[in-house]
Design a protein around this ligand. Structure first.
Ligand code: MN3
Length: 202
């Protein structure tokens, strides 16, 4: 059975971008709801049992048709939110260093140009979805709870939730202000570590 990950920071520690109330609601209610619905599907389908979320989502096309959409939506919701919590930190903000900094500079010309492009894609995404930085340096968006690991994309390093539930209570319709403030809590250290670990894989 899947469980809600415990955050290693306080709900009130992101308040320069996301209020305590939204953090709590988003984690305790929205993320939990995806897990509850995923567990109902897993409970009813032995073929899904004992498998981790990466395995299920990476092999989504091989799952039985009747459960595929449920795993895609509810499993994706669990995976994406888990990744989102790891993408932010009370000590976040600033810029990456090391190899990841080099990658972004090589690919976009400068860190600021990378930020501008990620911001533009996040703000202009129509409807609900996610923006991702991948380990090849690409910026992609996914709709609803779709996830890069289901579409054979490069491993994700960082993600941003641009569903309205992520920001509406703090920013109303001003998604651009939410995205702008989010750069101040981005956990570049964990993104850099993910990038380094991928490169050092045997
Ligand atoms: Mn969300």
């Amino acid at each position: 059975m899947f469980k809600l990950p415990i955050l290693d920071y306080g709900y009130d520690s992101m308040s320069r971008s996301i209020s305590e109330g939204v953090m709590k609601l988003h984690h305790d209610k929205h993320h939990q709801a995806y897990i509850d619905k995923l567990n109902i599907i897993v409970d009813a389908n032995p073929i899904l049992q004992g498998r981790d979320i990466d395995d299920l989502l990476s092999n989504i096309d091989s799952l039985p048709e009747p459960v595929r959409l449920g795993v895609r939506n509810m499993g994706g919701g669990h995976y994406n939110h888990s990744f989102f919590w790891k993408s932010i930190s009370p000590d976040g903000g600033g810029e990456p260093s090391g190899d990841l900094a080099e990658l972004l500079k090589t690919k976009y010309g400068s860190f600021q140009k990378f930020v501008d492009e990620f911001t533009a894609k996040s703000v202009s995404l129509f409807g609900s979805g996610w923006a991702w930085l991948l380990s090849n340096g690409d910026i992609i968006t996914t709709l609803n709870q779709d996830t890069p690991i289901s579409i054979g994309a490069s491993s994700p390093l960082l993600c941003l939730d641009v569903w309205e539930h992520a920001y509406y209570l703090d920013y109303k319709n001003r998604r651009d202000e939410y995205v702008k403030s989010w750069w101040g809590i981005v956990d570049w250290e964990s993104a850099s570590n993910r990038y380094t670990n991928l490169h050092n894989k045997p």
